[in-house]
Ligand binder design. Structure first.
Ligand SMILES: [Zn+2]
Length: 415
């Protein structure tokens, strides 16, 4: 906690007003938001955000992938700024909080510091990362991934949406291909405020989630090759049923992940040439395995592979099972996590440590700088849905924790 104590609070009405005002850019009849990255509604919210930042005295820069950086000067400009922010794009039927709270909460922090005449030692920089959601262009979180060096800028610029429009063309069409090279805006660390997108905080009646880790992810593409044959004339022992095989794989996966305490999902399964009186001969499927513990991630992959081998042998079918993505678990920086926890504690909010179930730009940034996240409760744990909701009080609490975390990290000298 800073010397300012817990007296300094953000303006809850102003934050709530900004959330509702920007929700009109892509607003849906059901009260959600459809704001696909780099589309016309994204341009509208970006223009709004740029104007609001400039009105707050910030210098706004845009990088070659359209990520926006708004700098508030500090006393010591030789220090790299503390970064705060998130993303303003949404899912096709998204809500008005996912990502948006993190950017507008950061703006509210700056507005509050301006009102109170507080100068920090290190500068503060608000970031709006391009395409966190990944629904128009893959991969998700592409701009922060390029920022940390996982992809080249040219690679990302060439990615296409379903209509064949590249990221580069989309940036040009809304005027947000910036002149700052990706990665040149430096940070000494980053803090992202976000809704939980899960049920834990609400169920436990806690206001603040102190995020200390993010789950690792394994993605697989699978293909079962059995044999198509007549449903009426093929005796049961002679069948090579691809769907029967997949059913056993689904149940075995549930068993393995439940025993080890992880998560496993078969989210796609497509029968080739489906027909009511043909035994399925070929099925393509996907698998998503998650844990915040690298050891558990290894263990569930091993357990699932062993189960698949045994099931395939018993049923005399072929199963191809290829790993297509491996993201190791994220462990956020201890000092930053402690700073979030101290701010929540001293502001008097109930809190708990929590693992992020979803991926976030902060998980990428943590690869190259100290990073932490602040969560607030999501109503009924719902997100990526127009019904996504959080209360005004919880949004304000999250922004207050963000502000006091940033003050502790950026430093405030007594005059
Ligand atoms: Zn998000």
């Amino acid at each position: 906690m800073t010397k300012l104590g817990d007296n300094l609070k953000i303006n809850s009405e102003r934050l709530w007003g900004a959330i509702n005002e920007t929700a009109k850019f892509g607003g849906t009849p059901k009260g959600g938001v459809r704001r696909l990255t780099l589309g016309p509604e994204d341009k509208q919210v970006r223009d709004w955000f740029r104007k609001a930042c400039e009105a707050a005295g910030l210098e706004v820069k845009v990088d070659a992938l359209g990520s926006m950086f708004a700098l508030r000067r500090g006393r010591d400009m030789s220090k790299a700024p503390i970064g705060i922010g998130s993303h303003l794009d949404t899912q096709p039927t998204g809500g008005k909080f996912d990502g948006i709270l993190g950017v507008l909460g950061a703006l509210e922090v700056v507005r509050t510091l301006n009102d109170a005449g507080i100068e920090t030692d290190a500068p503060i920089c608000i970031a709006n990362w391009t395409n966190e959601e990944g629904s128009r262009f893959a991969p998700a979180m592409m701009a922060s991934a390029a920022y940390v060096g996982d992809f080249t800028t040219d690679d990302i610029l060439s990615r296409k949406d379903i209509a064949g429009v590249t990221v580069g063309e989309a940036l040009d069409s809304i005027g947000y291909r910036g002149d700052v090279a990706v990665g040149t805006q430096k940070f000494s660390g980053f803090v992202e405020l976000h809704i939980e997108q899960g049920p834990i905080l609400e169920a436990e009646g806690k206001t603040i989630g102190v995020v200390d880790s993010g789950q690792g992810v394994l993605w697989f593409d699978g293909k079962i090759t059995g044999f198509e044959s007549h449903a009426g004339s093929t005796p049961m022992p002679l069948r090579k049923d691809a769907l029967g095989t997949l059913s056993e794989i689904v149940l075995a996966t549930e068993r393995v992940v439940t025993e080890i305490g992880a998560l496993g999902t078969i989210g796609e399964a497509v029968i080739a040439n489906p027909s009511r009186n043909v035994i399925p001969g070929e099925i393509a499927f996907t698998m998503d395995l998650r844990s915040a513990d690298a050891g558990k991630l290894d263990a569930i992959e091993k357990g699932v592979r062993e189960a698949i081998t045994a099931i395939a042998a018993k049923r005399k079918v072929e199963v191809a099972f290829d790993k297509v993505w491996h993201k190791p678990p994220t462990h956020f920086n201890k000092d930053f996590v402690n700073a979030v926890e101290s701010a929540a504690e001293e502001l008097g909010y109930s809190h708990r440590r929590i693992t992020s179930g979803a991926g976030h730009d902060a998980c990428n940034l943590n690869n190259i700088m100290p990073t932490a996240m602040v969560f607030i409760p999501s109503k009924d744990g719902i997100s990526h849905n127009e019904l996504e909701s959080s209360t005004q009080d919880d949004c304000a609490a999250g922004a207050n924790v963000l502000m006091h975390t940033v003050l502790a990290l950026a430093g405030v000298s007594s005059k």
